[in-house]
Design a protein. Structure first.
Length: 106
């Protein structure tokens, strides 16, 4: 009997954990762009072998600068990734992609 109760509690806890994982939202295209910018700035600081205050100043300047504009390919990647995490298919995916790609054009 105790084993059945323990099994039921374990099954419930596992289902709650799985449901919580599924509720996590995918990063937005803007967040993905910021992550890419952070990676690029970090890599550049690494190739320049910057340390300490020099690195902090460089990273601040690099991350603070506005990108010229995201390329269409970058936008497509970000929107496609978001549509994939939302498991969109067919017409729903087409509509989402259209809106997502228009969102940055202003």
């Amino acid at each position: 009997m105790k084993a059945m109760i323990a099994l039921a509690v374990f099954a419930f806890a596992t289902s709650v954990t799985i449901a919580a994982d599924q509720e996590k939202k995918a990063p937005s295209p803007a967040q993905l762009a910021q992550q890419e910018k952070m990676k690029a700035c970090n890599a550049e600081a690494g190739t320049k072998a910057l340390k300490g205050d020099e690195r902090k100043a460089f990273m601040s300047q690099c991350l603070g600068s506005k990108p010229a504009s995201a390329t269409q390919q970058d936008k497509m990647k970000a929107c496609n990734a978001e549509a994939g995490t939302k498991a969109l298919k067919g017409d729903e995916r087409k509509a989402f992609m259209s809106e997502c790609l228009k969102a940055d054009k202003k």
